[in-house]
Write a protein that binds this ligand. Structure first.
Ligand code: UGY
Ligand code: MN
Length: 247
């Protein structure tokens, strides 16, 4: 569907931002020679992490540029080969890798793949070593009812352990299902709506959203969601966790 010239659903504020696919702009990115990259969310916006959309074809590769960064790499489509030290995996759609700081990696694709990446400076925690490298497959995870609601199922991709300073979860809402409360919390979010549609409340505004939309919610941004339409709505989101609010 064409939008009227000069119109967009994208909106950027100090507390939140909504990015619709029509307005995303690709640009070269250090660490991704030959790949097509889009930095959707970054510290320039006020966030403390980055959310990247990467299109990899056989000419593209992803390698580490900063030893302090950790990454959650999620394959949206196609397949990607991830080589980390002696470990290597072929990941297909729904596959993911958590890459801890300092571990060198090489990400390639033999055909074409689209990746979603959450990346941030790892924040060490006294008494705990950084987490280990992990691979997983979203389809193998079982969703748990969110605050008792069978119509809102939550899958957690990473263990809830103190060493992790990030969580990445996938929500599936049946049509009509909602977040049970208007949440207002210190954690920030980066989000990509995989499927379906709904209304997202951000601050004191309400936005219609659909598959492909990305959202940044800063700390303390009031947030709420209802799935609308006839299909379930499914989104993946990042959240900072397990660290002192004073550091
Ligand atoms: O984990 C969360 O804070 C989640 N319930 N927030 C959200 O989906 N906006
Ligand atoms: Mn939340």
């Amino acid at each position: 569907m064409h939008t009227l010239f000069g119109q967009t659903r994208s909106v950027v504020t100090n507390h939140y931002a909504l990015f619709t696919p029509d307005g995303l702009v690709r640009a070269p990115l250090p660490g991704w020679p030959g790949a097509t990259c889009c930095v959707v969310i970054s510290p320039v916006l006020g966030a403390r992490f980055a959310q990247l959309l990467i299109e990899l074809d056989p000419d593209g590769v992803g390698v580490r540029t900063d030893p302090d960064d950790e990454l959650l790499v999620f394959v949206r489509s196609g397949s990607a080969h991830i080589q980390i030290a002696t470990a290597s995996r072929e990941l297909t759609a729904g596959g993911f890798a958590y890459i801890p700081p300092a571990q060198n990696y090489e990400i390639r694709s033999s055909s074409a793949a689209t990746l979603l990446i959450f990346q941030r400076r790892y924040q060490p925690l006294a008494g705990y070593a950084p987490p280990n490298l992990r691979f997983g497959q979203e389809q193998e995870l079982v969703g748990a009812p969110f605050m008792g609601d069978e119509a809102a199922l939550l899958k957690t991709l990473l263990p809830d352990e103190p060493a992790f300073d990030m969580a990445v979860n996938i929500f599936t809402f049946q049509p009509g299902a909602t977040l049970p409360i208007v949440e207002t919390h210190i954690m920030e979010h980066g989000l990509l709506l995989f499927e379906g549609q709904g209304i997202y409340r951000l601050g004191s505004d309400w936005y219609p959203v659909q598959a492909g939309d990305c959202i940044w919610m800063g700390s303390y941004c009031p947030q709420w969601f209802v799935a609308t339409g006839k299909e379930p709505a499914r989104y993946i989101y990042y959240k900072d966790v397990n660290r002192s609010p004073l550091r």
